[in-house]
Design a protein around this ligand. Structure first.
Ligand code: SF4
Length: 217
C-alpha cells in the first residue's frame, strides 16, 4: 500500500507539449520537482533549484486530474534527489498514467519502477558536469529508455558519438543528441550520418514553439 501522504517539493505542474526525447510532440503533464545538485553551463531551469512548495502525493494526483492527458513527465531540477520521487512514480503508475522521468544521470536509477520510461542525460564536456556521469546507471537502462546528450559545440558532438560507440548505447536504448542552439543542427546531421549509428537528432521543440519562455513549457 503506497503512502500518499508522503510529500515532495514541487516547483510547478503544467500541461504542455513534450519538447525532448523520442516522446517529443506528445501532450504531457509535467511535474517539475525542486532542487538540483549539478550546475550545467547550459541549464535552462535554474528557477527550479530552490523555489517550490511541499505537496503530498495525494495532492499532486488530485491536481493533475484536471488535464485531459494520461502522459506524465516527472522532471526537475534533478527529480531523483528527492527520496519520495520513486514513490510518486509508483502512485502515478497505479493510477494508470504513462510515466517518464528526466534525469541528469548522476543519481542512481536502481529504484525507478521498470515501467517508467527513463530519459537519462550523459553530460557532455562543455556542460561542466561530465566528470559526474554515473556509468553504473547503464545497468538499469531498458530498451524503452533514452540516453540523451545535450551538445553545445562540435567537440561535444564528437564526444557523444565516441561515447555511444564505446558503451554500445544504441544497442541498449534510444539514443539522442540535442543541441542548445539550432545553428548546430547541420554539423550534428553531418556527424551522425558519418557515424552510421542509430542516433536520433533532436531539436528542443518547446523552444521552437515558445521561444524565450521558461516556465510552463
Ligand atoms: S542536471 Fe538538469 S536541472 Fe540540473 S543543472 Fe543540469 S540541466 Fe540544470
Amino acid at each position: 500500500m503506497l503512502d500518499l501522504q508522503k510529500k515532495l517539493t514541487i516547483n510547478e505542474i503544467f500541461y504542455s507539449i513534450q519538447g525532448e526525447s523520442y516522446l517529443a510532440g506528445l501532450p504531457c503533464v509535467f511535474i517539475r520537482l525542486t532542487g538540483c545538485h549539478q550546475r550545467c553551463t547550459y541549464c535552462d531551469s535554474e528557477f527550479a533549484f530552490y523555489e517550490g512548495q511541499k505537496k503530498s502525493i495525494a495532492q499532486i494526483l488530485e491536481s493533475i486530474k484536471e488535464y485531459p492527458c494520461r502522459n506524465v513527465l516527472v522532471t526537475g531540477g534533478e527529480p531523483l534527489l528527492q527520496d519520495n520521487a520513486t514513490l510518486l512514480m509508483s502512485a502515478l503508475l497505479q493510477e494508470g498514467y504513462h510515466v517518464a522521468v528526466e534525469t541528469g544521470g548522476n543519481r542512481s536509477l536502481e529504484k525507478v519502477p521498470k515501467e517508467v520510461v527513463k530519459v537519462m542525460d550523459l553530460k557532455t564536456p562543455s556542460s561542466g558536469e561530465c566528470e559526474r556521469n554515473n556509468y553504473n546507471n547503464l545497468n538499469f537502462i531498458l530498451p524503452q529508455d533514452e540516453i540523451k546528450f545535450v551538445v553545445q559545440n562540435s567537440d561535444d558532438i564528437d564526444w557523444a558519438i565516441e561515447t555511444v560507440q564505446k558503451y554500445q548505447l544504441e544497442q541498449k536504448a534510444h539514443v539522442s543528441i540535442s543541441p542548445t542552439k539550432h545553428e548546430l543542427l547541420p554539423t550534428m546531421a553531418e556527424k551522425i550520418l558519418e557515424s552510421g549509428l542509430k542516433i536520433r537528432q533532436q531539436v528542443q521543440l518547446h523552444k521552437l514553439i515558445w521561444p524565450g519562455v521558461e516556465h510552463g513549457v
